[in-house]
Design a protein around this ligand. Structure first.
Ligand code: GDP
Ligand code: MN
Length: 381
């Protein structure tokens, strides 16, 4: 589960990390009101789950009420990389001299948590990790002992943070690690940590993701779930209990089993198409579930064709075929061409049952994917 910046900052602030004074707003009026009570200059920041909001126009500084009004007016309702902005965080602008990066995540290669610091803050850290990996100081942590204070200081010195601020930055890293550990974080990062000319060390941005499998014991964070997705399709899919990830292509994909769906995504890409989503319908594929899956995929306005990739195991192919027929018959009009590939138990029976007035049936996965890619191209034209 991915928290919004304002939610993550609330956690950080409660843990003792300094964050700018702020207010949340969903209308221009509220934004101006927040700015007035904070005092100028303010930063107005889109609350959507995308990185690089700054570059994409989702963050603006305002020196006056008039500017705050204009900035909030431009940001609220804007489309930021496929997400509609419905809330902004209005914050006291930070006048910074230096931007740092501080983060904690699980290093799966090493099988240990890792705490990181870099003086290359404020920029895309993935890019730094690739082009200049030595610019990120890393300390692996034994989870039984936590991040030792000397490790936090070492990471800060290794990164080359100025001595004057080293203690404060090390304290932020330690606090972030403890928070990450206590709240079952998966990724936590502050990019940038800003150092102001009067020496304050402030968390100017905040990313905090929590392990979904731990939400049962993180009830306070789990409560925030409703307001976190930010994508209506993802909320809808999550209500239906699907594993769903929205992507930016136009070929909708529905399959049973994560590996099967991933393979389908890869093949769509291989045949020159672009996947619109990952949707794992899970075990069983009764009509109700198929219908819900189709509802989610059809609701994505980018989708131009849909491919089903179903492997019959315990769920037999004929049952799935009936589910697909029933689900599609319930639509007055099927919005996009649908191709089905069935394999496994009773797949031959299933293919015979499928109503070819509603779907195209292909015998192989390759053929089904090529068909869906071709359909999408044709519809898109
Ligand atoms: P991101 O682009 O989504 O990662 O959003 P950030 O919150 O990290 O902001 C991106 C950049 O905008 C920062 O690195 C700063 O350069 C700038 N920025 C954000 N907030 C402020 C602020 O309060 N004051 C100033 N001067 N710049 C800011
Ligand atoms: Mn950032």
């Amino acid at each position: 589960m991915r928290l919004h910046e304002y939610q993550a900052k609330r956690l950080f602030s409660e843990a003792g990390i300094q964050t700018p004074a702020s207010g949340l707003a969903s209308t221009v009026e509220e934004a101006v009101e927040a700015a007035e009570s904070i005092g100028y200059p303010v930063a107005i920041k889109a609350q959507v789950h995308v990185g690089g909001r700054g570059k994409a126009g989702g963050i603006k500084l305002a020196d006056t009420a008039q500017e705050a009004r204009e900035a909030a007016g431009e940001i609220i309702g804007m489309d930021l990389k496929g997400y509609t902005v419905d809330r902004v965080l209005v914050e006291a602008a930070v006048d910074f001299v230096t931007e740092l990066y501080v983060g904690v995540t699980m290093d799966r290669g090493a099988g240990k948590p890792v705490a990181m610091v870099s003086t290359k803050g404020g920029v895309d850290i993935e890019e730094v990790a690739e082009s200049d990996p030595d610019a990120i100081a890393r300390e692996h942590v034994d989870p039984a002992h936590g991040l030792h204070p000397y490790q936090a200081r070492k990471a800060v010195y290794d990164a080359g943070v100025e001595r004057e601020f080293a203690g404060d930055v090390a304290a932020i890293l330690s606090t972030l690690y403890d928070l990450w550990d206590e709240t079952d974080g998966s990724d936590a990062e502050i990019n940038p940590v800003m150092i102001t000319d009067d020496g304050a060390v402030v968390a100017a941005d905040a990313v905090f993701n929590v392990d979904d499998d731990a939400l049962f014991r993180q009830s306070e964070i789990a409560q925030l779930e409703g307001e976190t997705s930010g994508d209506d399709l993802e909320s809808m899919a999550s209500e239906y209990g699907f594993d769903y990830v929205r992507l930016d292509g136009n070929v909708g994909i529905i399959g049973n089993g994560a590996g099967l769906v991933m393979t389908t995504l890869d093949l769509v890409d291989y045949y020159g198409g672009a996947p619109a989503n990952f949707l794992d319908i899970g075990g069983g594929a009764k009509a109700g579930r198929v219908r819900n899956a189709l509802e989610v995929v059809f609701a994505d306005e980018n989708v131009d064709s849909v491919v089903f990739n179903i492997f019959g195991g315990i769920t037999r192919g004929d049952e799935v075929a009936r589910g697909i027929n029933d689900a599609l018959e319930a639509f007055d009009e099927i919005p996009n061409p649908v191709t089905v590939r069935l394999a496994g138990t009773n797949s031959v029976e299933g293919m015979e049952i499928l109503n070819t007035e509603l779907v195209t049936v292909e015998e192989t996965l390759e053929a089904a994917v090529q068909r869906a890619v071709a359909d999408a191209e044709e519809v898109a034209q």
